[in-house]
Write a protein that binds this ligand. Structure first.
Ligand code: GDP
Length: 368
């Protein structure tokens, strides 16, 4: 290779010829070696034994968009269902930079050391595609936990709508529980709808907030605060402690103005530092106290069954929507109908009716 930078005019700068790099392809691997296909029973057996490799492969099927994968995935889920449910599920939400991954790393180690068992960390991030953006549940963001033998960390499913992403995460919870994970964290980014989806699959919803300029309450939507079973102010360390305490008292005051939650639990507000590991114990004492409280008053079971009902309707909506939009005739007609509406030649109501009538007719005539 030529190295013009070695010429006289760049005297003093010496660039050596590089060495040839080794191939990144393993030369000993058999060509076309294919992973053995697993049957539904192989998956279920592996999962029930707690085999994490098989669990991961099953989650990959759940996330796949291929219909043949979905068929297997649904069968596996159904067989796992009787073995699921025996866990506590905690949703953890906060805006980017709030300290979710730092905190989950510390929270995870804390609960595993104090309560034993196994922990799965899942995520809902509709904006993430694996190649870009922040990836929630990314192992590299949870350094200690990712090395822990009792922890299973899985980034957010990437494809599709929020409903689709959330459904996959919910199904993954079932598989993890069947594999003996008795603590589930669901991480989500605090920007609105994904929090509602997260809230609809967890027993305890923890909101991570930061103290800041004194107007922190303005940026946070009332609906999100109402969902929280606990609000924790992170980064209460160094010269930020006082501000964190102030923020906590503002949140407490704000929470008092809401009606009493259905659970009859009064949401608590605590301060902590994920980075320095301060106040962690108090947070988990709170979560476990809540779980005892709602198990005793029946709300725990009630919330889970309400969630199942919610997800039944969500699945119906998702499947109807997919069936409609993937219908070949509808796909053909949509741009034209849209144009007519935009040009004012047709009202949106008429266009919608026309499309839906066409869709129902294709169903009746057996064409799809
Ligand atoms: P995420 O985007 O919500 O996952 O936030 P990260 O966990 O990546 O944290 C964002 C930044 O805040 C990082 O630079 C962390 O080092 C920092 N950070 C997280 N927790 C704390 C904390 O308790 N105290 C302080 N001072 N910084 C923290």
């Amino acid at each position: 290779m030529d190295h013009p930078e070695n010429s006289e005019e760049y005297k003093g700068l010496q660039v050596n010829a590089g060495v040839e790099q080794m191939s990144i392809v393993n030369p000993y691997r058999k060509k076309n070696a294919k992973r053995r296909e697993l049957s539904v029973n192989d998956y279920v057996e592996g999962i029930l034994k707690g085999d994490v490799t098989i669990l991961s492969r099953a989650v990959t099927l759940v996330e796949s968009v291929l219909p043949e994968h979905q068929t297997v995935a649904q069968e596996v889920i159904e067989k796992c269902l009787p073995h699921a449910g025996n866990s506590i599920r905690v949703g953890i939400s906060g805006v980017p930079g709030a300290g979710k991954s730092t905190s989950i790393d510390v929270f995870g180690i804390h609960v595993l050391e104090k309560y034993g068992g196994k922990l799965a960390v899942l995520a809902i991030d509709p904006s993430s595609e694996r190649t870009k953006g922040s990836i929630l549940g990314d192992k590299t963001r949870m350094e200690k936990l990712s090395l822990h033998p009792k922890a299973f960390i899985r980034p957010s499913p990437s494809a599709g709508s929020l409903g689709g992403v959330a459904r996959k995460t919910r199904e993954t919870i079932i598989l993890c529980e069947a594999a003996g994970f008795d603590k589930i964290f669901v991480e989500t980014v605090g920007v609105g709808q994904s929090e509602t989806a997260c809230h609809s699959m967890v027993d305890f919803f923890l909101l991570i907030q930061l103290a800041g300029t004194g107007d922190e309450l303005q940026g946070i939507k009332r609906g999100i605060m109402e969902m929280a079973d606990g609000i924790v102010i992170n980064k209460a360390d160094g010269d930020n402690i006082e501000r964190a305490k102030l923020a906590a008292s503002q949140f407490k005051t704000a929470l008092h103005m809401f009606p009493e939650p259905e659970s009859h639990w009064t949401p608590q507000v605590l301060t902590y530092s994920g980075f320095f590991g301060l106040g962690i114990q108090e947070i988990w004492d709170m979560v476990y106290k809540y779980i005892d409280f709602v198990k005793l008053n029946g709300y725990f079971e009630y919330r889970r069954s309400e969630q199942s009902k919610y997800w039944m309707y969500e699945s119906i909506n998702e499947q109807l929507r997919n069936s409609f939009y993937n219908n070949a005739l509808i796909e053909q007609m949509l741009p034209g109908e849209e144009a007519k509406v935009l040009q004012g030649k047709e009202t949106s109501f008429v266009a919608a009716k026309h499309l839906l009538d066409t869709y129902y007719n294709t169903l009746l005539s057996g064409k799809k």
